[in-house]
Write a protein of this length. Structure first.
Length: 94
């Protein structure tokens, strides 16, 4: 089976609360090596997965963060600044 894109989304709780989160990411990457993998998160648990930042450096992986409201966006932006080693910029969707 060939997939062009694959989304990892959890609607009931944060995707990154799953203790097997990185196992999922690595397993999916092995199953579909030519697939772009997108992880959707609210961003609040990124600091629990410092190694995921290095996984994102692989161009097949993308992180989408859903932060609703200005307070939430500011909170997530602070988490991103802690988590990332490079400068952080926000590109809000229109």
């Amino acid at each position: 089976m060939t997939l062009r894109e694959l989304y990892i989304i959890s609607y009931s709780v944060s995707t990154m609360l799953n203790p097997n989160f990185l196992d999922w990411v690595h397993g999916i990457a092995q199953l579909w090596p030519s697939t772009e993998i997108r992880v959707l998160s609210n961003g609040t648990k990124l600091t629990q997965w410092p190694e995921f930042y290095h996984v994102l450096k692989d161009s097949r992986f993308k992180l989408s963060i859903s932060a609703h409201g200005i307070k939430n966006r500011q909170k997530v932006f602070k988490v991103l600044q802690q988590w990332m080693t490079a400068p952080v910029t926000i590109n809000p969707l229109p």
